[in-house]
Design a protein around this ligand. Structure first.
Ligand code: MN
Length: 134
């Protein structure tokens, strides 16, 4: 069974590679974008099951990009998790208010990342399960 398709929007190549490799090892399929503009286009064309979105991006930032995704007819229901270097106490509320379905603080905690991805994919698509045991 093919794993869920996950779009990663992240301009830091090391972070992008880390997240991509982790997800692929677990059996997910990935799409990658280094800018919000490219990411939104990929989301429209491929309608991934989940989007992991960096906040600080060149050009359009992650919060503005989220607004465009959430208001798009084909992308509006895709859950979006923020990847952020910000770790202020009110960030949870801020990202929630912006419409994110969750957030992960960088540097990425591997177990937390996989747990959040798994939880969101199960919630939105209980029929399919990514490959496990690797
Ligand atoms: Mn960034």
């Amino acid at each position: 069974m093919a794993g869920e398709l996950i779009l990663i929007i992240e301009d830091n190549e090391k972070n992008l590679k880390l997240v991509r490799d982790l997800l692929r090892v677990k059996g997910y399929r990935t799409l990658e974008a280094g800018t919000a503009e490219v990411g939104i286009e990929l989301a429209r064309v491929h309608t991934p099951q989940l989007i992991l979105m960096d906040i600080q991006l060149p050009g359009m930032d992650g919060v503005v990009a989220l607004g465009q995704l959430k208001s798009g007819p084909t992308t509006g229901s895709i859950p979006v998790i923020a990847l952020t270097a910000f770790a202020m106490p009110d960030d949870r509320q801020r990202f929630h208010s912006a419409g994110f379905d969750g957030y992960l603080v960088k540097p990425i905690n591997i177990r937390e990342l996989l747990e959040v991805v798994h939880t969101v994919c199960e919630r939105h698509n209980p029929q399919s399960t990514p490959l496990r045991g690797t």
